[in-house]
Design a protein around this ligand. Structure first.
Ligand SMILES: [Zn+2]
Length: 660
C-alpha cells in the first residue's frame, strides 16, 4: 500500500514539475504541490528503504566537502567559431565537398551558460558533471538534481547521455543582483556561481534552468537518425529544449537565421552569444568526423560583442541648437561591434548621478543595433572611491551664463539666447543634409566664419562672396568657389527644407513636411492661426503653438524679410503632388546613384507615399542602392518587394529623365 502510494506520489509530482519547469504550463497550484510533497516526505521518512533516485524529495540539497573529478564517457568537444559569414560559407563548402550538395543544417541559439553532461540509465538520472576540459569534469549530481528543468525520470526507459546548458534567466539574474551584496557580472557568472556551491541547498534557491541540445542515445525505443529528430526525441522523453531552432536547406538559410537573431536576441529572457550550426544527418556527421579538438560537422557563429569596458578620460559638455547642455563621454578608444568607439552618450546629468560616473572610472559601454554607444554602468573597481564625484556644471561651457532647468525636462539649458555655441549649432544644422544640405561647409568652417564675424545668422551665408572664403585657414580658390556655389545651390531647396532648417522648436524634417504641404507659400504659413495649424493631421497643439510663436517673434519676422530681400521666393514648389503612391510605405537602404536617399524620400512623399526607417511586414517596397545594410536581408526574410534604383525610377515615372 505505502509503496504504491509512494510511486503514485512520485509520478504525480514529477509530472507537475515537468509541466511547470519544462513546458511552462503549471497544472496545479504551489499549495497542492507542497501538500503532495509533504505526504511523500512523511512516507519516505517512515520507509527509508523505499527512497529512490528519481524521487522529487531528492531535489533538496545537502552539503559536500568537494566535487569529485569524473572522466566523461563521451568527450565534450569544443566548437570552432567565427564572427564572419564568409567563413561560415567556407565551412559549408568543405562539408559539401565531402557529402555532396544540399546538406541540411540545424541552427540553434548558442546559450551563454554552463555546459554539462547528464547520464540516464533505464530512464533514471544517475549522474551529472560539468564540462571541465571536455575529457573530465566535476561531478555535481546533487546540485543538478535541485534544478527542476532536469528530469529525474524520463518518459522512456532509455540509456542516454545528454548535453545541455545551465543558465539563469536574465530577469532572475537582475533580481538576484538587487538582493545580493556582491553582484554578479552577468547571468553566466551567476549561473556558474550558483551551480558550483558545496551547499546545494543554495543552488536550490537560485532560479536555474537548462536547455538540452545533444543526445547520445545508447538504447531507446526508436533510434533518431538525424540531429533534428534527436531534438524532437529529447523533448518527447521529458527534456527542455530551446524552441528557437530551425532546419535549413543550406548555409544561406543558416546565415539568415544568424542575421535574424543578431537583433532579436535582446528580447529573450536568457543570454545567447551566437548560433550553433550542425549537419543534420548523423550519417554525414560520421563521414565528416572530428579534428583533434572539434567536430567538422558543426560550427558556431558568434554575435559581435555589444558591450565592452574602457576608461572614461573626460566628460565633455555639448551645447545643442535648442540650448540643451548634454554630457558626452570621452573614452579610451576601444573596438565594439566592429567599430572603434571613442565617444559615448551619457544622456544627461541625472544619469551621471544615478550611475555615479566619475572621470577616470572604467565604464561599460553598450551598442545595440544602429544606436550610438552609451555608457551603461561603472565597472566595479577600488579606484572608483578615490576619484572625485562628478560635479554638475552650473554655467554654460561656452558663454558662462548660468544653466537653467525647464519644467518637465531633464536637460539643463544655457540661459543665454545669444549663446555663441547655440548660434553655431543652429548654423551647423542649417547646412546639414536634413536641412539645406550644403556641401563643403562643416563645423570648422562655420566656427571660423562665425569668429570672423562673417556669419552670425543663416541669412549671412547667402551674403558671402567667393573672396570671403579665402580669409579662412587653408582655403584656396577651388574650395572657396565650391563653398560659394554650394550655398547658392541651396536656394533651390523646397520650402519644407527651409522650414526644417529654421530649427523651430519641436519641428523636425517630418513635421516640416506635414506643415508645408498645407500651404502654397511661406506668407500663408506665417499668417496661419495656431488653431488652423493644429488642425493639420499629425500636428498637435504643442507643435502648432511653437510654430505660431516662432513666426510672430519680431526677430524671426526680420530674418524672413532679409531672406526675401536676397531673392528667396518661398513658394511651395513641390510639384506633382499626387496620390499615386498613397498607402505605400518605402524603406531606402544603400547608396543611390542619381539622388540621395533624402531626395528619393522627397519624391516618394510628393506622390503621397510614406518612408520608414525600418522594414516590417507593412513595408511595401525596399529600395536598395549600393552596399545595402541589414534592411535588405530583413526584406528578403519577410518577402517584401525589393527594387533596384532603375526599378524605383520606373515606378515613380522618372526612368527616362535619367537617360543621357
Ligand atoms: Zn551659453
Amino acid at each position: 500500500m505505502s509503496e504504491s502510494r509512494i510511486n503514485f506520489l512520485k509520478d504525480e509530482l514529477n509530472k507537475y514539475a515537468y509541466n511547470y519547469y519544462v513546458l511552462d504550463n503549471p497544472l496545479v497550484s504551489d499549495f497542492e504541490y507542497d501538500k503532495l510533497f509533504s505526504e511523500l516526505k512523511e512516507l519516505e521518512d517512515k520507509y527509508p528503504e523505499l527512497i529512490t533516485a528519481d524521487s522529487p524529495t531528492q531535489r533538496v540539497g545537502g552539503l559536500s566537502s568537494s566535487f569529485d573529478e569524473v572522466k566523461h564517457k563521451y568527450r565534450l568537444y569544443s566548437l570552432d567559431n567565427t564572427y564572419n559569414y564568409d567563413e561560415l560559407r567556407k565551412w559549408y563548402e568543405r562539408v559539401t565537398k565531402e557529402c555532396g550538395d544540399n546538406v541540411e543544417l540545424v541552427c540553434e541559439l548558442k546559450i551563454d551558460g554552463l555546459a554539462i553532461a547528464l547520464r540516464y540509465e533505464n530512464g533514471i538520472f544517475v549522474h551529472g558533471a560539468t564540462r571541465g576540459d571536455g575529457i573530465s569534469g566535476e561531478e555535481i549530481t546533487q546540485n543538478l538534481k535541485t534544478i527542476k528543468a532536469i528530469p529525474l525520470k524520463l518518459f522512456e526507459k532509455a540509456d542516454i547521455e545528454v548535453r545541455g546548458e545551465i543558465y539563469m534567466p536574465v530577469s532572475s539574474f537582475e533580481k538576484l543582483n538587487k538582493e545580493s551584496e556582491k553582484p554578479f557580472a552577468n547571468p553566466r557568472n551567476a549561473a556558474a556561481g550558483s551551480l558550483r556551491q558545496l551547499d546545494s541547498s543554495v543552488t536550490a534557491k537560485r532560479d536555474l534552468s537548462m536547455f538540452t541540445y545533444t543526445a547520445i542515445v545508447e538504447k531507446a525505443e526508436t533510434m533518431p537518425k538525424t540531429h533534428w529528430d534527436s531534438l524532437q526525441y529529447l523533448k518527447k522523453i521529458g527534456f527542455k529544449t530551446n524552441p528557437n531552432i530551425r532546419l535549413v536547406k543550406d548555409i544561406e538559410g543558416a546565415v539568415d537565421f544568424c542575421k535574424e537573431w543578431e537583433t532579436k536576441r535582446f528580447d529573450l529572457d536568457y543570454a545567447t552569444d551566437g548560433v550553433v550550426i550542425k549537419v543534420n544527418s548523423f550519417a554525414f556527421q560520421r563521414e565528416l568526423g572530428f579534428t583533434s579538438r572539434a567536430p567538422k560537422w558543426a560550427t558556431a557563429f558568434k554575435f559581435p560583442p555589444e558591450e565592452i569596458s574602457t576608461k572614461l578620460l573626460n566628460i565633455e559638455i555639448g551645447v545643442g541648437k535648442t540650448g540643451a547642455v548634454t554630457p558626452v563621454a570621452i573614452l579610451e578608444p576601444v573596438l565594439l561591434a566592429g567599430s572603434t568607439v571613442s565617444r559615448a552618450s551619457l544622456h544627461n546629468f541625472d544619469e551621471i548621478k544615478r550611475l555615479d560616473v566619475r572621470i577616470g572610472d572604467r565604464v561599460l559601454i553598450k551598442k545595440a543595433a544602429e544606436i550610438i554607444p552609451k555608457v551603461i554602468k561603472v565597472v566595479d573597481a577600488p579606484e572608483h572611491e578615490t576619484l572625485p564625484v562628478y560635479k554638475v556644471p552650473e554655467n554654460c561651457p561656452e558663454c558662462s551664463s548660468p544653466l537653467e532647468e525647464r519644467e518637465g525636462e531633464v536637460n539643463l539649458y544655457c540661459s543665454n539666447p545669444k549663446c555663441p555655441a547655440v548660434i553655431r549649432a543652429k548654423l551647423e544644422y542649417w547646412v546639414s543634409k536634413e536641412a539645406m544640405d550644403i556641401d563643403f561647409i562643416g563645423p570648422s568652417v562655420i566656427s571660423q566664419l562665425y569668429s570672423l564675424g562673417l556669419v552670425k545668422s543663416p541669412v549671412d551665408f547667402y551674403k558671402l562672396k567667393v573672396e570671403d572664403f579665402l580669409k579662412l585657414d587653408l582655403v584656396k580658390e577651388k574650395s572657396a568657389s565650391n563653398m560659394y556655389n554650394s550655398i547658392q545651390e541651396s536656394r533651390k531647396r523646397p520650402l519644407s527644407r527651409f522650414i526644417t532648417a529654421l530649427s523651430i522648436r519641436h519641428v523636425g524634417k517630418e513635421t516640416a513636411d506635414l506643415i508645408t504641404s498645407e500651404f502654397t507659400n511661406l506668407d500663408e504659413l506665417m499668417n496661419a492661426s495656431s488653431e488652423s495649424l493644429s488642425n493639420i493631421e499629425g500636428i498637435g497643439e504643442k507643435i502648432a503653438l511653437s510654430v505660431y510663436e516662432f513666426f510672430h517673434n519680431s526677430e524671426n519676422i526680420k530674418l524672413i524679410e532679409e531672406f526675401k530681400t536676397l531673392g528667396f521666393a518661398f513658394e511651395n514648389t513641390v510639384q506633382y503632388r499626387t496620390d499615386e503612391l498613397s498607402g505605400k510605405t518605402f524603406v531606402l537602404t544603400g547608396t543611390l546613384q542619381s539622388m540621395t536617399r533624402d531626395e528619393a524620400g522627397d519624391k516618394i512623399k510628393a506622390r503621397g507615399g510614406k518612408t520608414s526607417s525600418s522594414v516590417s511586414k507593412k513595408t511595401s517596397y525596399v529600395v536598395a542602392g549600393d552596399n545595402p545594410g541589414s534592411k535588405l536581408d530583413k526584406a528578403q526574410n519577410l518577402g517584401v518587394i525589393i527594387l533596384n534604383e532603375d526599378e524605383f525610377l520606373k515606378l515613380i515615372g522618372e526612368a527616362d529623365e535619367k537617360k543621357y
